[in-house]
Design a protein around this ligand. Structure first.
Ligand SMILES: CC(C)(COP(=O)(O)OP(=O)(O)OC[C@H]1O[C@@H](n2cnc3c(N)ncnc32)[C@H](O)[C@@H]1OP(=O)(O)O)[C@@H](O)C(=O)NCCC(=O)NCCS
Length: 153
């Protein structure tokens, strides 16, 4: 197989055995990471939990809940050393497609006000600001607002 084919990302359902790697990424990129229990609960609840692999290595993942034709993206993460190579956009596109296939009509997500990278990714994919959720996220100093963003599917 060529080196180019090796770098093509592949997505697949997350397994409990992925959680060690997932937690290592999570703890490295967030000030307030999800716990292992949050991922276990999401898997048990039947949420759409998928990982992205490159050459067999998990480099990112996401978690999406779908109910009543509404998809809610709860987590979208790319390992720090794999960021800025287009994988985040590709993973988001994967979840948008999954939401469409599940006949979702709208996709929603929250993003920290200070998360310019995430906001810029979502805006560039057609998401619009829907509302502000005051004090939604914890910070080291206190609380931070979230922007609720939405995409019509
Ligand atoms: C947000 C995240 C998923 C993006 O993944 P990524 O693989 O780095 O992003 P991509 O390379 O696909 O870039 C997609 C777009 O994001 C934006 N972006 C990515 N990195 C950026 C940076 N350092 N500065 C500004 N914009 C950036 C750009 O709009 C970029 O599009 P462009 O390349 O056409 O300019 C990733 O940075 C991440 O996991 N961050 C930490 C966790 C997080 O914030 N998740 C989202 C929570 S809501």
């Amino acid at each position: 197989m060529s080196a180019l084919a090796d770098s093509v990302p592949r997505t697949r359902p997350m397994k409990e055995s992925d959680l060690e790697r997932v937690m290592a990424i999570e703890k490295a990129i967030y000030t307030h990471p999800w716990t292992r229990g949050n991922f276990v609960d999401s898997l048990k609840a039947g949420y759409t939990c998928h990982v992205m692999e490159v050459s067999g290595e998990v480099i990112g993942y996401g978690v999406m809940m779908i109910a009543a034709n509404e998809a809610h993206l709860l987590n979208l993460s790319i390992a720090r050393e794999w960021q800025r190579h287009g994988y985040g956009r590709s993973l988001l596109l994967h979840f948008v497609e999954a939401a469409r296939q599940a006949e979702g009509q709208q996709m929603l997500l929250e993003v920290r006000l200070s998360n310019f990278v995430g906001r810029s990714l979502y805006f560039s994919m057609g998401f619009c600001s829907v509302a502000i959720r005051p004090g939604y996220y914890p910070t080291k100093q206190g609380r931070e607002d979230a922007i609720l963003m939405g995409l019509n599917l």
